[in-house]
Ligand binder design. Structure first.
Ligand SMILES: [Zn+2]
Length: 169
């Protein structure tokens, strides 16, 4: 143990190189393990997946390294005990590899050492997503996009109808 004192600087949790990162990046630093957790949790909600298992490596009760995984991590069907079961649950674990691992640094910060953003499954909408401010932006974008698509379709149909109408006269 060193005598260096950890200064709490909670305002810098998501900031690296002077800007707030929307997506985790390698070498990003967090003031605490909790900050890293909160950040990945918020990111997961924003993207649309839920967090699953956490793999923690501790030393003397101190978290040295932590991996946050997607809830769809782990292979479905490997469990032999379930092979002869007649009922089928919906597949919820598909061996997704997406995760973020952060490691305790000498300066008491946690640094992202691995980050995998590739999910091998579709994202399910989460009930809690509307709670996040970023979600409102997304909903609005999706809604306006959908509305545009409907308008466009109506325009095409209207144009086609006029065309067909002229042909038959
Ligand atoms: Zn995933």
């Amino acid at each position: 143990m060193t005598s260096s004192s950890a200064v709490e600087q909670s305002s810098q949790s998501n900031v690296h190189g002077g800007k707030v990162h929307e997506v985790p990046e390698l070498a990003m630093e967090f003031d605490s393990e909790q900050h890293a957790f909160d950040y990945y949790s918020e990111y997961a909600h924003r993207i649309g997946f839920s967090m699953g298992k956490q793999h923690v490596k501790k030393s003397c009760g101190v978290v040295m390294r932590k991996t946050l995984c997607c809830s769809k991590q782990g292979e479905k069907g490997i469990d032999k005990r379930r092979e002869n079961v007649y009922y089928h649950r919906p597949v919820s674990r598909v061996g997704c590899k997406a995760h973020m691992t952060f490691l305790l640094q000498k300066n008491t910060k946690f640094k992202v050492i691995t980050f995998n953003s590739e999910h091998n499954h579709a994202f399910a909408p989460l009930p809690a997503k509307h709670m996040l401010r970023s979600k409102r932006r997304l909903s609005f974008a999706q809604t306006s996009l959908a509305t545009d698509a409907i308008k466009l379709r109506q325009q095409i149909l209207a144009a086609a109808g006029q065309f067909v109408g002229h042909e038959r006269k």
